[in-house]
Every structure is written in C-alpha cells, then in structure tokens.
Design a protein around this ligand. Sequence first.
Ligand code: NAD
Length: 365
Amino acid sequence: MLIGVPTERAPNELRVALVPESVGRLIKAGAQVTVERGAGLRAGYTDAAYEKAGASLGDAAAALGADLVCKVQKPTGDEVARMRRGSHLVSLLQPATSKEAIAALDAQGVTAFALELVPRITRAQSMDVLSSQATVAGYKAVLIGSSAMVKFLPMLTTAAGTIAPSKVCVLGAGVAGLMAIATARRLGAVVSGFDIRAAAAEQIKSLGATVVAESLISADSQTAGGYAKEQSAEQQAAIQDALKAHLAGMDLVITTAAVPGKAAPRLISTATIRTMAPGSVIVDLAAETGGNCEPTQAGETVDVDGVRIIGPVNLAATMPNHASAMLSRNILTFVQHLLTKEGTLNVDRADEITGAMVVTGRTAA
Ligand code: NAD
C-alpha cells in the first residue's frame, strides 16, 4: 500500500500530516510512503529526514495519487480531483460545514475519515487530534496574551522595586484550558479557573490554581460521557454575573469554553470588559465558534476601552513542529488501527472508532 503526504496549501497552514518518525514506523509495518518535496519544510522536517526514514520524494500528483492520502486540512476541489477512485483520505475535514467537499470525495470514490470525529474514549485517546492540537492552542494562548500585556507575569524583586505577579483567569478547563493554566503557572502568574464540570474544577486545583464561582458547578452540568451540557439562558446569565467581579481584577483572561456541536457559550459581556483595567488582555480560543466574549472577532484583535480581545484562529499551525509531531502520532495510530496484517486497509464500519470517523458512504472498503 502506498501512503501519500502532500504539501498543505491552505493559507497559514504550516503543519504536515506525517513526520519522518511516523513515516519510518509505517514503512516498518510494510507500507510505502511518498512525500511531496518540501511538504515538511515549514514545520522543520527536511526532505532528507523523510528519505532517511525510507520515504520516496515526489510531486503533488504522486502524493495525491496514493492508496491512502494523509493530510492536515481538507482537500481542495483540485486535490480531490487528483485522488484515485478506491483510495482513502485521513484528514481534518470540518465535517459539520463541509457537505460539498465530502460529496466531492464520495463522487470521486474516495473513502474519507474526518480526524475531528475521533470518539473521546480511552481506546482512541492516542488518535485524538482535538486533544493534541488543543494542547498547543492552550499553551500558545498564554504566550500570545502575555506578549500583548503591559505587565510581567511573574513576581519580580529587583533593585528597581518589587513587581507584583499578574493575575490570570482561564474560563473553560478542558484540554486547552488546563494547558493554559499550567503554562501561566509556569510563567509565575497567580492563576484562577472556572468550568461547569466538577471533574474540571478538581483538575484546576490539582494544577495549583484556584476555582472561581465553584457554587455554580453541579453534577447536572455534564452528560453521562463527561462533556459539558449546554446551559440555559438563566444559567448563562448566572455564570456571567458570578464571574463579573472577579474578571474586573484580571490582567489576562483566556477563554476556552465549548460545548460539542454548539455555538460557544457567552461568558463575558462587553459591559464586564469595560470594568477591566486598560492594558489587560483577553485571548478567546472559542473565536472560531462565535466566541466566549461578546466583542470577539475571529482572526482579529478588538479594543474595548483599552482592553484588547484577541480572537486567534488555527493556533496549532503557529507551532508547526511539535503540533505536526503530535498530529502525526494521532494519524499513525489511526492508520495502524485500520491496517491489516496483509498491509491493506480494513474499513470496518461496525467498529466504534472507524465507524465514527468515516464520512463517505458509497465506496467499497
Ligand atoms: P472542549 O474543548 O469541548 O470544551 C472546553 C471546556 O469548556 C470543557 O471543559 C467544558 O466543560 C467547558 N465549558 C462548556 N461550557 C461552559 C460554560 N458555560 N462555562 C464554563 N465552561 C464551560 O473540551 P475538551 O478539552 O475537548 O474535553 C472535554 C471532555 O472530554 C472532558 O470530559 C475530557 O475528559 C473529555 N476528553 C476525553 C478524551 C478521551 O477519552 N479520548 C480526550 C479528551 C477529552
């Protein structure tokens, strides 16, 4: 079986789907791998490293013409047209908003797997791109926020006086939020956090941060699967009220709250932002799904009375070396899950993981 790794062509997408280490493992498992020349370069993986791992180098046509194409971003129409009937694709596909792209893959006879649809179960944890890329986003959010701030994060005792540590609050303590808390703590800030799930509150504390508005956490806030439930309008209003006074004193706020399949919950109003000190910063990681803050604009920085609200998009791509290494390990584990002893792909739609991730339906496996 030939696996192809094309260069990503989406604007600002610097990651590569497979890094040389994963390529080596797939070759050991009996596959052949062709990498488009330069595909890993912007993430720091050279053509020579791929060759050393056993891959052959080719052009885009060779990579897209493989039996299994591994990509980061969903393919363009042109890329789909260059894929072979009966081939397979593993990629981020934004399945909820990509009906046309998925229909094009179906029409082309490609069996496609959306990495976003990995089930959040223990068995699939090592394939979970949402977690691995959220880890990068949470880390980067603190760095972006701290760079935009007008203050140090840590306490400093210097000949020029003592500097008090900055106060950071993280709203939503899933994978990204917990990483943001840990990063802000490592940089010396005084950190607090909030989530509606009881398990998340425990995790906030275990990282050495305090929990805000703990009285709002109830067993009823999460589904049997451990995910946050969408809050009613009254519950949302109660959360906003409970956070308001605390947020007024923050130097940096990172928001990451999300409910699977829903618009981002609104946690901070413009009125609350007006109570924060000029020079303080909010980084809204939920910008792409509507934002946790009223004024957030995806991909932009908005200024409200001197408070900057940054709405970054695709943060994982801004740290492409390690983001690719983690993404590649996720893809490798999924491909290993599909691989048979004979080196072919077994698309078992009855399997809990494969069945959840396959988004095309009319192609024979
Ligand atoms: P996410 O990105 O979907 O959401 C971020 C956080 O926002 C969550 O912690 C959620 O509780 C919180 N949130 C939602 N609404 C909120 C509100 N109104 N106010 C404040 N916070 C709010 O979360 P995630 O990081 O993808 O993980 C969430 C769940 O998935 C957890 O139970 C986690 O343990 C589980 N998980 C399981 C696996 C696995 O087993 N493979 C992998 C990753 C995560």
